[in-house]
Design a protein around this ligand. Sequence first.
Ligand code: ZN
Length: 310
Amino acid sequence: MFRKAVLLFIVAALSACAQSTHESVPAALGKPISSAAMEAVIDTPGPIDLKTVASAEYVADLSGLLNLKDPKAVEAGLSDHEEPIQIYTHLLRHPTQGFFMVDTGVSRRLVEDPAGVGVGLVVRKFGKIERMQIREDASSAMKSEGEPLKGVFLTHLHLDHISGMPDIPKDVPFYTGPGEAAESKFENLFVQGMEDRFFEGRPAIQELQFKKDPDEKFEAVIDVFGDRSLFAILTPGHTEGHVSYLARTPTGPVLLTGDACHTRWGWEHGVEPGSYTFDRERERKSLLALKALSERHPKMVVKLGHQPSV
Ligand SMILES: [Zn+2]
């Protein structure tokens, strides 16, 4: 009996696992567009009102946030340590489409009672949730807009990007990149139960329907509202379906890299994230494509995954 249990455990442990088994369906929102068509308009001021909220202070291992084996990191003498980071939610308001969030910030309930909202033992032990210090929780960030939340665009499905979900009303749709929930790796064994619990009772995940970028500057780009005000840029690597966002605001273009780049040092030196990565090569390519975009459009404000860029 014991042997059988051990065998079952080994089989389970060796099996790759999806991030979430919650149903995903093709999103009705968004039209594919070429990167050239996007770049033709992004320096023209646009209608999106964007406010970034640092929802919580947090810490993470630098070796997770940054590839410390990159020659530039070695040359700079960087070594692993606990790095201070922030967890953001970006509040987007479109004049006719309404209010949306990019990523969710942090729910107070998640920090005060992680087990109660479905965070399993392993994530509680290794995820350092007790180190999340809330500055403005997801609920108050959401209510500060004074109108109903129409949807949440998730850059990806890692805990620190969905940690506000317990505060989000159950009927609000969530959008991800292609194959994000189904991303298959061993470590997902420890988060799948939590992610499924977060999505319990919610509509199917809306997967944005990208088509290959004919200009090949990016893998693919979507015009989210069909009026060239907000773009979803497929930047896979950190996760299978990672998405960055670019908004045209009245003061110019704002790029939300998500975790295509976590840190200011990584952005400035073009070094991709470390051990938190799903596919290092693709992630590096995504990061360098975003950096090249910002260099072609120097007025662009860049907001990184977990640290201020200036
Ligand atoms: Zn993150």
